[in-house]
Design a protein around this ligand. Structure first.
Ligand code: GLU
Length: 276
């Protein structure tokens, strides 16, 4: 079946060899289908136009072509708000007033906090506040994030959820891996998990390709899709490109940025060979 795939970089740094691998991988999976680029720029404090321009320049240099217009997440907060409203209507969200500090202190106090892929899970401080307290604090102007009550959401779904990775087979979803995740941040009415699920559905992505560092996130995304009644794509989590010490490349790793390699007269063919 011809696939619709996407490469979804955040314009918060120069693309490096790891991004080139991810982009080429997605492009290749769509060989007889369609390929999109999506700019994941909801983090307004870190996203920059110059990085955005560089993304297009680097990808064109690599020989990729994509459909336009390119979806830019920061243009679509209304879509994320609509999804939040749906979840709110299901009563699976709650306002979280906690500061980072309060969360850390509670985790230290309780000891033995359950760990998720990104560190200790949110200890649930705001999960059971009364409706009256929530209303009062909101009315008083306190800022808050919206968290997903994962246990409640999972219960609502009733049946077990499954998802398929093209390279690794079928998984039974474990939506609680990240605990009660933030779906709308205090400063941004969305989060990575919410935006990616909404966008993949709105754009009709049939095969979500991304690095294996995001494999765990798929467990949660599967639950969000079910709660929001969205179509379920397939996934293909691919390997990550590492440096010679085995460490995965990071945005600050400027020496392996595609710009530096271009400046050092690498050709697109050489990049492709280096990624084999
Ligand atoms: N924006 C994410 C990243 O730069 C990719 C998200 C995804 O492909 O789901 O890692």
């Amino acid at each position: 079946m011809p696939e619709l795939t996407r490469f979804a970089p955040s314009p918060t740094g120069w693309l490096h060899l790891g991004h080139a691998y991810a982009a080429l991988f997605a492009h290749e999976q769509a060989a007889r289908g369609r390929f999109l680029i999506r700019l994941e720029d909801i983090d307004g404090t870190r996203a920059r136009t110059e990085y955005e321009e560089a993304i297009f320049e680097d990808l064109a240099w690599l020989g990729l072509n994509w459909e336009t217009p390119v979806r830019r997440q920061s243009d679509h907060f209304d879509d994320y708000r609509a999804a939040l409203a749906k979840l709110e209507a299901l009563d699976v969200l709650y306002p979280c007033f906690c500061t980072r500090r309060e969360i850390q202190d509670e985790i230290a106090r309780a000891g033995n906090a359950p760990q998720g892929p990104d560190g200790p899970l949110y200890p649930g401080i705001c999960r059971n506040r009364s409706a009256a307290e929530r209303a009062e604090r909101i009315a008083a102007g306190e800022t808050y994030a919206l968290r997903l009550d994962v246990a409640k959401g999972t219960k609502l779904v009733c049946s077990e959820l499954f998802w398929t990775d093209r390279g690794r087979g079928r998984f039974k979803a474990q939506p609680a891996v990240f605990g009660d995740v933030v779906l709308a941040r205090k400063d941004t009415p969305a989060s990575y998990h919410l935006a990616v699920v909404v966008d993949d559905a709105l754009q009709g992505i049939t095969l979500v390709t991304r690095g294996e560092d995001l494999l765990e996130a798929t467990h949660l995304h599967r639950l969000l899709q079910e709660l929001l009644v969205l179509p379920v794509p397939e996934w293909h989590h691919h390997r990550l490109i590492t440096d010679e010490t085995g460490k995965r490349l990071a945005k600050r790793d400027d020496a392996r940025s595609l710009r530096s390699l271009r400046a050092a007269r690498w050709t697109p063919e050489r990049v492709r060979k280096a990624l084999l």
